[in-house]
Unconditional design. Structure first.
Ligand code: ATP
Ligand code: MG
Length: 236
């Protein structure tokens, strides 16, 4: 069994990609593995002492097994809270895939497993016309899709899976994240999506009214995740 790194995609922005990234990091860390995360591209960053700081990257840094510089975790940071390709144009800072690959290689050399959080949804443009598929392919990573369970998510989930597969990227599994506390049809919705996606459901995260970022490990099935380490089982 080899240590497999993953690209964490979402059905949309704000569906819990960071929360699930931390959750998977913690689950894997509990097994004794050294696990670090990465947020290659981030927009809406805060200017702190002259540096653009991503909130996601800061959380990911805090929960990593190794203490990595923020610049390595998040090589491309933009100030404007919009699509990174638009922010790049406004700020005159074009994206460079080489930087992403270089930072990823550095993290990979220091950890057993790297989790790479994407931006927005699968078709969100990152730089010029490049998107999530280009990053996942450049880093040779299978995808874990985070589905934010709420009204409209069936469409988002199925469209995302269709696109991931059409882009010839492996889908290792998906996670159901209960982002909407008042949504009454979570069970039926999760079951329907489960019946439509061949890749395994790796975890179900309830709505966490009091969020303890240190206690996110119980929600992901490490066994199912590890079972996917066999390339044969990655769903194409
Ligand atoms: N299961 C949950 N229970 C309670 N709150 C949640 C849950 N999942 C996510 N959230 C909250 O929803 C918000 C969005 O989650 P998160 O930042 O992980 O989404 P994201 O997909 O990473 O967003 P972005 O596209 O900005 O990177 C956060 O405030 C997070 O704490
Ligand atoms: Mg995030």
């Amino acid at each position: 069994m080899k240590n497999q790194s993953y690209f964490i995609a979402g059905t949309d922005t704000g569906v819990g990609k960071t929360l699930i990234t931390l959750s998977i990091m913690q689950s894997l860390q509990k097994t004794g593995l050294s696990v670090c995360g990465m947020k290659p591209v981030a927009s809406g960053c805060d200017l702190v002492n002259g540096d653009l700081v991503s909130e996601d990257a800061t959380l990911i840094k805090k929960h990593g097994s190794q203490d990595l510089p923020l610049k390595v975790i998040n090589p491309l940071a933009y100030k404007n809270p919009c699509s990174p390709n638009i922010a790049a144009e406004i700020e005159g800072k074009m994206m460079d895939m080489g930087l992403v690959v270089q930072a990823y290689d550095e993290i990979q050399s220091l950890a057993d497993i790297v989790l790479v959080e994407g931006v927005g949804g699968w078709r969100s443009p990152c730089f010029s016309s490049l998107g999530m598929a280009d990053i996942a392919k450049a880093l040779k990573l299978p995808v874990i899709l985070v589905v934010g369970i709420k009204l409209g998510c069936i469409n988002h989930a199925l469209l995302s899976v269709e696109c991931i597969l059409r882009d010839n990227v492996n889908l290792a599994g998906w996670v159901a994240n209960m982002v909407a506390p008042d949504f009454k049809y979570t069970e039926e919705t999760v079951n329907y999506i489960k019946g439509q996606i061949k890749a395994p459901l790796l975890g179900t995260v309830p709505y966490l009214a009091t969020l303890d970022y240190q206690q996110l490990h119980p929600y992901i099935s490490v066994q199912d995740l590890m079972a996917d380490n066999d390339d044969q089982k990655l769903m194409i």
